[in-house]
Design a protein around this ligand. Structure first.
Ligand code: KG4
Ligand code: ZN
Length: 346
């Protein structure tokens, strides 16, 4: 089965074609980052308009790359939520209409399920059950995954998501949006022992997270090192970035070990934009080893938003006989635990 995947939940237009027998045939992405960085964050109306401009050209591009025509498709998968309502509507209405015109099934895909399944696109994929750490701009969750659509929330952030914390800390240091990759780059030059930021909520049991306090810590540290012109020297910037990154990464690693211990599972997958972070991958590699477990993640371009993960997730659900009706579905809020398991559908 060949499935076209469409992702437009936020500021990336992603399109891909996944073939259940041959794997990923083509993928294309247009990032709106440059447009939004001028405003320091995503401007929803601009995002929707840009998806309208880029979506059809990207669909043509992946078809050409896969040397296929629209008639060769067997299904269309589109992100239906969670995300920005206007942005979601672009992908959902285009995907739904395309499937109707072609007389093929369409499936509404949950964005975080897409992220969660992205490591399945790699050569040595994990097998169910496993623990998933979902770390993106909007979510930080630990989930016990028994199968597709069988999700038990083990813990989540009580305030900022990990990616959001990276972005806000970056803003305080005067860096552009999105700040995660910029903090990571800066941190590589930092002295990790100069400042020590707290590891929030690690001194008590449980799998909940809280990252909002780290912002205050970042701001106070930055402010106490400004010169008369309000500038911070380059090395201090790098040292603060390193301290911030260490605090987030250590906190995530401590909770991941706990989740493995609590569930007795031996596989951990990390997914979502922050899972592209190299320091996180290294730290988690060591942490899971101590639990006798394995770590899995997608290649960096499939950690952040992309169409391939949506094509893959949609293909699995379509193969199981699931499909969405003609309603154009866009759900800005959509708890992942409410998704249907794959096995119970006719
Ligand atoms: O999954 P994603 O592309 O979009 C959402 O679903 O939110 O995640 C974007 C988030 C942003 O907050 C971005 O700063 C963060 O992922 N991010 C990173 C890195 N690359 C992306 N954070 C830390 N280190 C990175 N290398
Ligand atoms: Zn995402």
């Amino acid at each position: 089965m060949r499935v076209l995947g469409i992702e437009t939940s936020c500021d990336e237009t992603g399109v891909a074609i996944f073939d259940s027998e041959k794997g990923l045939l083509a993928d294309a992405l247009y990032s709106q980052v440059a447009m939004h960085s001028e405003y320091g964050g995503v401007v929803p109306e601009l995002a929707s308009r840009d998806h309208v401009r880029k979506l059809l050209p990207l669909i043509r591009e992946v078809l050409a790359e896969a040397q296929l025509s629209l008639q060769d498709l067997d299904g269309v998968a589109f992100t239906a939520g969670p995300g920005l309502i206007g942005a979601l509507m672009v992908g959902a209405s285009t995907g739904r209409a395309l499937a109707m015109g072609l007389g093929i099934p369409a499936i509404a895909v949950h964005h975080m399920e897409g992220h969660l399944l992205a490591p399945m696109l790699e050569e040595n994929p994990p097998s169910f059950p496993f623990v998933a750490l979902l770390v993106s701009g909007g979510h930080t969750q630990l989930v016990k995954v028994e199968g597709i659509g069988e999700y038990e929330l083990l813990g989540e952030s009580l305030d900022d998501a990990a990616g959001e914390a990276f972005d806000k800390a970056a803003k305080m240091l005067g860096l552009d949006y999105p700040g995660g990759p910029l903090i990571a780059r800066l941190a590589e030059k930092g002295d990790r022992s100069r400042f020590r930021f707290p590891r929030p909520m690690t001194d008590r049991p449980g799998l909940e997270f809280s990252f909002s306090g780290l912002k205050t810590f970042t701001l106070n540290t930055a402010n106490s090192h400004r010169d008369d012109q309000g500038q911070i020297d380059e090395q201090t910037m790098a040292d603060i970035a390193a301290a911030f990154e260490d605090a987030v990464v250590d906190t995530l690693a401590i909770k991941c070990r706990r989740a493995l211990q609590q569930t007795g599972l031996k596989q951990l997958i990390i997914a979502g934009g922050v899972s592209a972070n190299r320091h996180l991958r290294l730290k988690l590699e060591a942490a899971v080893k101590k639990e006798g477990a394995e770590l899995y993640y997608a290649r960096a371009k499939f950690c952040t938003d992309n169409g391939a993960m949506i094509a893959y997730a949609g293909c699995q659900r379509l193969l199981a006989g699931q499909m969405s009706d003609l309603t154009i579905l866009a759900k800005p809020r959509w708890p992942m635990e409410t998704l249907e398991p794959l096995s119970q559908e006719s």
